[in-house]
Design a protein around this ligand. Sequence first.
Ligand SMILES: [Zn+2]
Length: 253
Amino acid sequence: MIIDSHCHIDFEDFDSDRDQVIHNANRAGVEKIIVPGITARNWQRQHDICQQYTGLYAAFGLHPYFLEQHQQQHIDALKQWIEQHDTIGIGECGLDFFLPELDKDTQQFYFYAQLELALEKQLPVVIHARKATEQVIQAIKQRPGLRGMIHSYSGSYEQATQLIDLGFFISLGASITYDNATRIQKIASQLPLEHLLVETDAPDQAGGVHRGKRNEPGFIVEVVEGLACIKGLSRENIIQQTSLNAMTLFGLD
Ligand SMILES: [Zn+2]
């Protein structure tokens, strides 16, 4: 059983054929999909879709990419929402310092507030960190007891070991399969499998023969195979351990 630890299956990109995409994923061995939230306005739709299929699990949050849609009252709304709906985590939240139009202070306001909420509710956090891994590590260090994952990891090996020491999981996507990705491949080869997750980030970040097209949760097989090759382990080994990691982190049975 494969777990796709990060997939936006609720996005409109899948509205025309979501049944088929999920069916294909199941046939590829994907039994569970973690679906992260992005904006307050989208939580209802995301929740409805996750309820509609078995094996979909929702985290709810305010994604830094959609900063201009967030309002301060959405933090309280998020707290209320997770108290009233099935929730396996807080997120997607985090810091994106790659895009200059996203104000850093405002991003930090929403990120820190969501970390506090995760601590209060004892829920794992799903973190987006782009050109901001150092700031994310500092924020986690200041909040002992926080648990979670860094999705689509792009930091250094040293930063990854710090995150693992802080109890976090490192999630890897199709970027490890790219021909020119020797840096992240080297990092993946050195990190202990007990702290790794696999994800697609679909509909984004398609790899292999699908690069440039819509990504799908079923394509995670390529990430699994890529990681197996990098680590010199069997597919089954990768699947078994990364699924166990995801179940432990998100409290799934
Ligand atoms: Zn995402």
